[in-house]
Write a protein that binds this ligand. Structure first.
Ligand SMILES: [Ca+2]
Length: 301
């Protein structure tokens, strides 16, 4: 029975085994082709990837260069910004330092901005005066070349006129504000037509407000090299211009006779806002005609 069964199975299995063998060989052949195909595909993909990799490497180099340039630009911008900021801060400090002063004391000769309490800053001319032999003076009036017209109306004398490099009048508003803020001395520096220099000095110069018609409220004690105290007669007088007669001369407006605006009484003994280089009554004068005059003030402690 066993022998019969083995013989039967052999007859059946043998062709099967042969077929399996055939199929195996065929499969193996197919595998080689498939593998060859796969290798070919892989090679193609590898080539494509290599190209892509190459392109990406080039892109990375370009990006790195761009990044470096961007960083450089950024650094430059930051440096510029910092420089601009420190410059602005320096300017602000400078203007604060300049505006913080309320007189010419300790200021170099030249134009400076000053500020009085509660008021807008304004520019003044600071001067070192040879006759006074010291510095820190603020020039409120100057006649040095005759190029400025001094026959002017009330509004003009109130606001001031002229230029710091020539003839000017600082303005009664500012003179009032300055002399009200603290005690000031007045120094009048004069050169006569003869060329002689002299001065008149007062230790308590004060000018009232516009409501008070800019009255010359006080002069204080006098000393000087002028032969006479020619301004004393004007103390306690209100300011007068050709369009605002506040003098004590009931018959005339003294500004019509003496040319400029001034603290006229029954007119005046000195005429520091008179006509330049004029020997008449209307001319620039202090005990005689003048070539040059400067009125300077300074706080007195
Ligand atoms: Ca009058």
């Amino acid at each position: 029975m066993d022998q019969l069964c083995g013989s039967y199975a052999y007859n059946i299995i043998k062709p099967l085994l042969a077929y399996v063998k055939y199929m195996q060989n065929k499969l193996n052949d197919n595998n080689v082709d498939d593998l060859n195909n796969e290798v070919a595909q892989f090679k193609e993909q590898h080539s494509k990837l290599s190209d892509k990799l190459k392109q990406q490497s080039e892109l990375i180099v370009v990006l790195k260069e761009f990044n470096a340039k961007l960083q450089q630009t950024n650094d430059n911008l930051l440096n510029n910004l910092n420089a601009a900021l420190s410059k602005t801060e320096a300017n602000e400090l400078k203007s604060k330092a300049e505006i913080a002063v309320n007189s010419c004391v300790a200021q170099k000769p030249g134009v400076h901005a000053i500020q009085l309490h509660g008021l807008q800053p304004f520019e003044v001319l600071c001067s070192h005066n040879e006759l006074a032999a010291d510095a820190g003076w603020l020039v409120i009036q100057q006649r040095i070349n005759g190029k400025e017209q001094f026959r002017r109306n009330w509004a003009s004398y109130s606001a001031g006129f002229g230029s710091f490099d020539g003839d000017f009048f600082l303005g009664l508003q500012k003179i009032h504000q300055l002399t009200q803020s603290q005690r000031h001395e007045l120094f009048i520096h004069v050169q006569a037509s003869s060329g002689e220099f002299f001065y008149a000095r007062y230790d308590d110069f004060k000018v009232g407000s516009e409501q008070e018609l800019f009255e010359l409220q006080s002069l204080g004690a006098y000393n000087g090299t002028a032969r006479r105290d020619k301004l004393r007669d004007n103390e306690h007088q209100k300011f007068t211009t050709f369009d605002s007669d506040n003098d004590r001369n009931i018959n005339r407006n003294c500004a019509d006779l003496y040319y400029g605006g001034w603290w006229y009484n029954f007119c005046t003994a000195c005429n520091l806002n008179g006509k330049y280089a004029d020997l008449d009554i209307s001319g620039l004068a202090w005990d005689g005609p003048l070539k040059m005059v400067q009125m300077l003030i300074r706080p007195l402690n």
